[in-house]
Ligand binder design. Structure first.
Ligand code: UDP
Ligand code: MG
Length: 336
């Protein structure tokens, strides 16, 4: 099944939306990739957190199986027999976490959505606090990591560097140390869902939507089961996606760098001209000529590379392929 916006709306309508009239429904959107061991502990914790909140708040867990090659699907479907709050979307292959979250949003029915990781690094214990703020009128409640000791020193430093560089360049700032874990009111989710871009960097898209955000804080625990799917190379590519899909500042930087270099070059050329007119043709100059050729050659290639980053992403956008492809959808005790 190809999941463009139209087909998704049709699929969404097929889902039974009946629920007690006063209860608020909260959709937990959970992308999963090779997480067979994490499913059970995650659902145990969610059931524990929501038990005292019901019947005022009801919940659904929208698992998006992002091309898992282990028994993740089996683990989820086994739990679906006991827990009718679970919806499972199987994607046809791995499309990446950002696309998986979009799929989850498009199939969620909640009055609010909370995208979260399945490995319990986004502690479900924060959910009651988020709901309190939401009740008081907040449209967005961000969960901010105040302590990242569970991450390596290198990961913490590169993440800090990324937030600083991103915010220095981007038109819309992203809050430091706030990941995807946050509560978003349906009004916000609908805007994000209708943003049709292919190259997606959720954190920046969530910020672009606006609305005043309230913050709750937490210490990020260690991953409880399995291993992280992110290598440094995938994080690097993700960071580039974030910058190039959110700002054209690198292009502007090159406009100014080019202007400054051109001015310096004209001045230098004028100096050489004057020197030649006064002292005649001076043959030595091999080193300065070579340095200039290498310098400008390198800068040109670098600037073309920046252009290429944008052109590559424009290409993805004009291809207009669906963001993800659904293999199957499973709801509650219905196993089709
Ligand atoms: N994930 C996914 N698709 C991917 C990579 C990750 O759906 O291609 C899911 C993963 O199963 C987990 C969440 O995204 O629920 C966060 O991944 P991970 O814990 O590996 O990221 P980290 O916490 O190391 O940033
Ligand atoms: Mg994790």
């Amino acid at each position: 099944m190809v999941a463009n916006r139209q087909t998704l709306q049709t699929t969404g309508e097929a889902i039974n939306t009946s629920r007690p009239s006063k209860a608020k429904l909260v959709s937990l959107v959970v992308p999963v990739c090779n997480e067979q061991e994490a499913i059970g502990p995650f659902l145990d914790k969610i059931e524990e957190v929501f038990a005292p909140l019901e019947p005022e708040y009801l919940y659904e867990v929208v698992f998006v199986n992002d091309g898992s090659r282990d028994a993740t699907e089996f683990a989820i479907r086994s739990r679906m027999q006991k827990n009718c709050h679970i919806i499972l979307l199987n994607l046809s292959r791995n499309f990446g976490k950002e696309a998986a979250i979009s799929a989850g949003f498009e199939h969620s029915r909640g009055d609010a959505c909370i995208p979260m990781d399945v490995d319990l690094q986004d502690p479900p214990d924060l959910i009651p606090q988020m709901l309190d703020h939401w009740d008081q009128g907040a449209k967005v409640v961000n969960a901010k990591r105040i302590c990242r000791d569970s991450d390596t020193w290198l990961k913490r430093k590169t993440a800090d560097g990324f937030y600083s560089i991103f915010n220095a360049m981007a038109d819309h700032q992203i809050p430091h140390n706030v990941g995807d874990y946050r509560l978003m009111d349906r009004q916000v989710v609908d805007v994000v869902r209708d943003m049709g871009e292919r190259v997606r960097f959720n954190k920046a898209m969530f910020s672009w939507v606006g609305f005043d955000a309230v913050e709750v804080t937490f210490t990020r625990p260690q991953r409880k089961n399995g291993t992280s799917a992110w290598s440094f190379w995938s994080l690097w590519k993700f960071a580039l996606d974030g910058i190039f899909s959110s700002t054209t500042a690198p292009l502007h930087i090159w406009t100014y760098a080019g202007a400054i270099l051109a001015t310096v070059s004209f001045l230098y050329a004028f100096g050489i001209l004057v020197q030649t007119l006064i002292f005649g043709v001076v043959v030595p100059g091999y080193a300065s000529t070579l340095i200039l050729i290498l310098l400008f050659g390198g800068l040109n290639l670098f600037a073309i590379g920046i252009l290429g980053e944008y052109i590559g992403r424009i290409y993805s956008e004009v291809q207009d392929r669906p963001l993800y492809v659904l293999r199957s959808v499973h709801k509650g005790q219905d196993d089709n």
